[in-house]
Design a protein around this ligand. Structure first.
Ligand code: SF4
Length: 361
């Protein structure tokens, strides 16, 4: 950790936060820390197909203190086209070396969709199609992590009429453990937690029916949204820029997909500065749901079949303009920050336990 400039305090903070995120008891953070300190690191081969590299960018450009360094130090990254210095035949050789050296032990990470039409000719790397590369690399992998919505479900490439026949990894590979971490982009902590879970328990976490880790995708974002008190009180923004919008009211009528979207964005948020789309006034687009993203328009309202209980039962008194949303946002941000500083139990309360999640999914 010293080598990558992460203090012991930051290291423990990250371990506590990921322990809470994984739905494990607070005391387990010592086991997670022990696993993170292991000298033997799992080899990782990371392939890019049809995508924008936003998932890698989100992970690497995070503001989390040392998070990207932490992740990159946890694994032995054998091949990653964006990060590796080599190119051309040198890069292809390192990919082949990784397969030979770490046969049946490397984790394969896929970023991007796989085009299947015309035998996959629409995406080729080093003369091989994405289809061929996936097939070849999946054979000897211990498991596959599909990072981002494109690798998980096809993403924007798979939108009708889907000219390249783009699909997600799980549509092609049927005989391997596949962990989908959808999101556009996914939160780096969700990727980190899957790796730490694997290091701690030597197996991958429990998944829901969409192959997503239950600990991260077990609850709807609507449950812990800071605008939820307004939803419960019937206060909605009707148009962008109207009084309701300016006052931080619920975005449901603008098409927010939060009531149908399983993800932990409203608790975890992004970049440790407490923001996520809904906090800055944009409705959730349901980027973790393959039945929503790019299938329902931004302003289309989702049906609310089973209202989930809110995180709190707040006052229904009208809020003063400019104060309410800020106060609520600050409270939630404070909660996350508090968790990171040692009150892991607080975050754990808002995040699902593995067993809770199975009931909902
Ligand atoms: Fe938040 Fe959207 Fe639910 Fe409103 S509908 S409370 S903005 S998640």
């Amino acid at each position: 950790m010293q080598r990558v400039n992460i203090s012991r305090r930051d290291f423990i903070k990250i371990c506590i936060k990921t322990t809470a995120l994984m739905g494990l008891p607070y005391g387990m953070y010592t086991k997670v820390a022990e696993a993170a300190e292991k000298v033997v690191k799992p080899p990782v081969v990371w392939l890019h197909f049809q995508e924008c590299t936003g998932c890698s960018e989100s992970l690497l450009r995070s503001n989390h203190p040392g998070l990207s360094e932490f992740i990159l130090d946890l694994v032995s990254l054998e091949y990653h086209e964006t990060l590796m210095a080599g190119s051309g035949t040198q890069a292809e050789k390192s990919l082949q070396n990784a397969v030979t050296e770490y046969k049946d032990s490397y984790i394969l990470v896929i970023e991007g969709a796989i085009p299947t039409k015309e035998n996959g000719v629409y995406c080729q790397i080093g003369g091989k199609t994405a289809l061929e590369l996936l097939d070849e690399m999946a054979k000897n992998a211990v498991g596959i992590i599909s990072i981002g919505t494109c690798a998980s479900y096809g993403g924007i490439q798979a939108v009708e009429p889907n000219p390249t026949g783009a699909v997600g990894v799980w549509d092609i590979i049927k005989d391997k453990s596949i962990i989908n971490i959808p999101g556009c982009p996914p939160n780096p902590y969700n990727f980190l937690s899957v790796i730490l879970y694997y290091l701690t328990f030597n197996k991958f976490p429990k998944l829901d029916k969409s192959n997503r880790p239950l600990f991260a995708y077990g609850r709807k974002i609507h449950e812990h949204c800071e605008r939820r008190p307004h939803f419960d009180a019937g206060r909605f923004a009707e148009k962008y820029g109207d009084e309701g919008h300016k006052n931080g009211y619920c975005l449901y009528k603008l098409g927010c997909k939060g009531p149908s979207t399983f993800a932990n964005c409203s608790v975890l948020r992004f970049n440790d500065v407490g923001v996520w789309p809904v906090s800055v006034g944009h409705p959730c687009i349901g980027c973790t749901e393959h039945s929503i993203l790019f299938k329902k328009s931004i302003d289309e309202k989702v049906q609310i079949h089973n209202p989930t209980p809110p995180d709190t039962y707040p006052t229904t008194k009208p809020i003063e303009r400019g104060k309410g949303a800020d106060t609520i946002t600050a409270a939630v941000v404070g909660t996350v920050a508090g968790a990171a500083l040692g009150a892991g139990a607080v975050l754990a309360k808002k995040l699902p336990k593995e067993d809770d999640c199975e009931k909902e999914n």
